[in-house]
Write a protein that binds this ligand. Sequence first.
Ligand code: ASP
Length: 595
Amino acid sequence: MLRSHTCGELRLSDVSKEVVLCGWVQTSRDLGGLTFVDLRDRFGVTQLSFNMDTDPVMCEKGRQLGREFVVQAKGEVVERSNKNKTIPTGEIEIIVKELTVLNKSVTPPFTIEDQTNGGDELRMKYRYLDLRRQVVRKNLELRHRMAIETRNYLDKQHFLEVETPVLIKSTPEGARDFVVPSRMNQGQFYALPQSPQTFKQLLMVSGFDRYYQIVKCFRDEDLRADRQPEFTQIDCEMSFVEQEDILNTFEGLVKHLFKTVKGVDIPEMPRMSYADAMKYYGNDKPDTRFEMRFTELNEVVKGVGFKVFDEAELVVAICAKGAADYTRKQLDELTDFVKRPQIGATGLVYARYGNDGSIKSSVDKFYNEDELKKWVKICNAELGDLLLILAGNAEKTRKAMSELRLEMGNRLGLRDKNTFSCLWVVDFPLLEWNEGDTNLLASLAGRWVAKHHPFTSPKPEDIALLDSDPGAVRANAYDMVINGVEVGGGSIRIYNKDLQAKMFSVLGFTNEEAQKQFGFLMNAFEFGAPPHGGIAFGFDRLCSLFGGADSIRDFIAFPKNNAGRDMMIESPSEISEEQLHELKLILRQDEVKKN
Ligand code: ASP
């Protein structure tokens, strides 16, 4: 080895040892007679010291070092007179006796320190330099720990890690596939997996019983902030289980991760039906770090001549604790907030329940104090609370109120990143009507599509509704939600060929189409498929949540930008004409003539 120690390990107890360190020059300070260099590697930073009086030749060498030079320094560990308590090696320094420049560096495009001056794009272009920064590296260290602890837990539970192929066939799971042309099978394409869904089910047919994989998945979705076209899942499947078994096993996994990685004990995770999540939070991934549940006011507000409420399908309120003293300006801001096109409400009604017991609303013209008292009562408001009310079409109003609730959560400081509130949302609808989601193929518009995926089992008691009222069929499907983020989701699967065929027909597939795309799975179901179910966690997102960050990018070594581009290797990129010819994606002149 070119070194005896790392830059993170020397302490006072090492004083007077002769050591050799290797690393990058982070900073260099020339204080006249003394020169100090901070030498950095993955493990930390150690101060090198050069003295003009005692060793002028060496000191001159030290002064020549530029930022990010790679050096090897031999010397003696001494106690520092000026100690730096903020770093673990801050009590010692190295008096350098031999110095070798292993490699030079040009001046980096941004400073490689916790607080950098590099903008996003620049740091993405030079990601390998960004990864030298401690803050970024720490995120990947966390990711590593999460992966190790996931494997530890699942291994103890007898899960087998099995790799499934990356070049597969299109299995639509709600998004578009990335496809790869096949040179050897001209005109044909592989697809990259949106998830290993069908393979893990086939592994259950094979009798593997418990499978997992920390695996890359690919989805060609419209660009949205913080979406990556390739991302990583902890993908799992189990045989001979019911929904409860899966919830318990994977609640165990997440608790284990919190305990071992963060030292946090998570209490038993509550279960909330999809219907309740929508009714009380307007959202299938409610942030339950704070209450502020919806109260429906239809019964107490209608019939006094206030048209907005009289004509509304839904009038709904949230009660913001202690916010009755919100100023006119703050209330105007909230009104502007809900009127933004992304939120789409037409206005906001409020009622202040003052500390003196008075109630003042923005609709005092229509409602007297007795009537307002009913609102206060039904919302369980206390003195000093503020009621915020939206009205209109039920679905849109719930959605808008959900946004307002989260905004109020932020304003009132109720969404602390170091508090973790986990729950299961269960009983999702099996199907949803697709009006024309741009993330789906246009041919799927005006059809029922699977809310989770087509392999999800309906609740047995709802199967009869598949023909008469498909939208009312509930699925044995569940999501784990932490702090308003869906971190994982899965379902109990269909394992009967006929029910699977029925599901495809409800989804608008002809028998031939279903057979062509999914014949392999339905055939496998004829060879003794066990009851099974599973789940997949978004690993990048789970890591960012554990790291207290909003962006998953910070937890991926080489992420793509918001336009789906890798700025460092400049991908996607064009390919040569020769490659296009070989793949028969374009024809040569002579081939055109032949055709
Ligand atoms: N394959 C599903 C997904 O990627 C997860 C599952 O049902 O296990 O969302």
